[in-house]
Design a protein around this ligand. Structure first.
Ligand SMILES: *Cc1c(COP(=O)(O)O)cnc(C)c1O
Length: 379
């Protein structure tokens, strides 16, 4: 059994993918070919935002969003330590300072109450660059579950901060009848192959309703270009999406809404089977929110219990994974921030107990049941 089955999906749409790839080979516009604009139009329509801008990865999407706000040294950006490194790495790349906020123990997303407290605290002094200025928030939709944007956006408005939605895992999710990727000033997603909508390489997109921010990010994507490519009006990056990847995404987008439904069914089956087991905590989905189940992640009783479940599933040929074994504040890359064990206890507790089971649209009912049964062990 596979953790994420991309082969079954490919068999379904192989001829469409090949057709789209051949079109690119025929027209030869490998950089910014017509598939890019077509994909951007379809992404914007699906999400319900004014602008969707393809780019080279989810990480680059986050970087472009921060650059659009001129983030740099002295700026404080609030984010969660319980995420993939990219969410905070982009802050450091620009010389700004990530301020970690612990997560809600039920949703694993940034805790709005702790966020208010951190935002209201006097900006911390840094020995060299003086005091930090709070500038923005990067909220992450972890495992495909949108964060609490109503509260996060209200805090941001009150304190004049921007909000970036790291929707790398949540393309296809919903929050109060709105789609993920439309929930903040700018949203960033990833088309890494294992994400809910993945291409066959690296890819990503940014989304916004703001004409001004869209114009900036379009410029930043291609070396800060102005009216043409040899007229550079700001410092930018090479952040373009590949034409081939856009062609593949166009084929995958056709079946994506149906795949989201199939993910819901698998998650529903898992949750039904776990609920009532006193040792396991299934994912919590608040009212009016729909996860897209980038991961189906369960909390075990403790580290030993998790190891025993993973071992049991392994003997059944069922793969598992741990997202994330080490919170960002304890990563060597962020050692310069001077954090210690115990600084973000909820994130640290999750890192010790959480694990994810296979999740993709092509798990049949028998497999779902078999996986669910393998979770229940004597302990
Ligand atoms: C995958 C991921 C990213 C980065 O996306 P890439 O396309 O791999 O650069 C950023 N944030 C989160 C939460 C992710 O899961």
């Amino acid at each position: 059994m596979q953790f994420i089955d991309l082969e079954t999906q490919q068999r379904r749409i192989r001829s469409k993918i090949e057709w789209n790839i051949q079109n690119v080979l025929n027209h030869g516009q490998y950089i910014m070919g017509p598939e890019i604009a077509e994909l951007e139009d379809r992404l914007a329509a699906y999400i319900g935002v004014k602008h969707a801008i393809g780019c080279s990865s989810g990480t680059e999407a986050l970087l472009m969003a921060l650059m659009a706000y001129d983030v740099g040294p002295g700026d404080a950006i609030f984010t969660t330590p319980f995420t993939f490194i990219a969410s905070a790495e982009v802050i450091s790349i620009l010389g700004a300072t990530p301020i970690f906020i612990d997560i809600d123990p039920k949703t694993y997303n940034i805790d709005p109450v702790k966020l208010i407290k951190a935002v209201c605290e006097t900006p911390k002094a840094e020995p060299e660059s003086g005091s930090l200025v709070p500038k923005g928030i990067i909220a992450v939709d972890i495992f495909g579950l949108p964060a609490e944007y109503e509260k996060i956006n209200a805090i941001a408005r009150k304190h004049d901060l921007f909000v970036i939605e790291d929707a790398a895992q949540s393309f296809g999710a919903e929050y109060h009848s709105r789609k993920a990727c439309s929930l903040a000033d700018i949203a960033c997603t990833s088309f890494f192959p294992a994400k809910p909508l993945g291409c066959y390489g690296d890819g990503g997109a940014v989304f916004t309703d703001s004409d001004d921010l869209a114009e900036k990010m379009i410029s930043i994507r291609v070396h800060g270009q102005g009216s043409d490519k040899y007229n550079n009006v700001r410092i930018g990056i090479n952040g373009r999406l590949d034409t081939f990847q856009a062609a593949i995404l166009l084929a995958k987008l056709d079946i994506f809404p149906e795949e989201v439904e199939l993910r819901q069914q698998a998650a529903h089956c898992y949750t039904e089977n776990i609920t009532g087991n006193s040792l396991l905590i299934p994912p919590y989905v608040p009212e009016q929110i729909k996860s897209v189940w980038a991961q189906y992640s369960i909390l075990a009783k403790d580290e030993q219990h998790r190891a025993a479940i993973q071992a049991n599933l392994k003997t059944e040929g069922i793969p598992t994974a741990i997202y994330y074994p080490k919170p960002l504040h304890l990563q060597t890359a962020f050692a310069y921030m001077g954090h210690n064990k115990g600084d973000f206890p909820i994130s640290e507790d999750c890192a010790r107990r959480i694990f994810s089971i296979p999740m993709h649209p092509y798990l049949n009912e028998k497999e779902q049941k078999r996986i669910a049964e393998g979770l229940i062990i004597g302990y």
